[in-house]
Design a protein. Sequence first.
Length: 328
Amino acid sequence: MTDTTPSPLIPPEPPPIRNAEFKAALLLALMVALLLGAVLYLMYARGAFEATQTLLLQADDSEGVVVGMDVTFAGFPVGRVRRIELAEDGKARIVVDVPRKDAHWLRTTSIFTLERGLVGGARLRAYSGIPTDPPLADGAVRALLVGDAGAEIPRLLAAAKELLQNLSSLTAENSALEASLRNVKGMTDKINGPAGAMGLLAGDDKQAQQLVERANKLLVTVDALALKADSLIGNADRRVFGKDGVMTDAQATVVQLNALLADARASLKKMDAVLVEAQAVGANARVATADLGSLRAEVESSLRRVEQLVNEINRKWPFKRDTEIKLP
């Protein structure tokens, strides 16, 4: 028998692509151009073609600082870390590129800090307190102030450990605080005892009782003295301010003295009139002199009476006054 199975159809070969090598080269060149464009765009976006100035920051160490980290001012990036190197003096040197358009925010008095928090990465920050200061020069070297919160943890732990040790020593069984509390408790017990605070001062109940008895006797004596003082004050009040006291006599004497002074004043006025008359009338000088002698005798009599009253007042009551009367 003959095989009647049909043979499979073989597809025809596709026609050759015209200029295949040229198209492949063109595609490869386009890919290279796209790749170069992307690289150039990324470099432009990263500021590779922007005019910058260099800022050198020195710190004891550069822990937490990476290349490409931004330097911020008021929350906005004004620079980028380009390189980190070790200086000749053993300090870390951080090279920062600052764009020219943002360089006016940095002044000669600006402060640069590196902040390392417990959570998150480190941050480079710039602070310009006086914006009118001269701008920061290109290639300026500034110190970087480092604030590390994690570095304070060992110190805090050591301080807490020392505090706990001191607290344990204070609250120990034979500590000074425990002895002081025992003494305070003993003092409180003595104060609450029968002798009270006197027992605390005396230190013994018997001596405290004796002190209490002496204090009571002293109080009795003080009361007696107070009564005597009250009686003395009452007697003095009656003698001085009573009906027949010294003040009453003194007031009467003062009234008499005022009357005598009025008489003396009237006599002096008469003498002044006589003197005027004696000066006006020269012919009657002998008569005026006789009248003047009688008036003078009358004035001297009044003055003697005033002096007697003043002596009597000084005898009854020690008034310290200047009793001298000056004639005109």
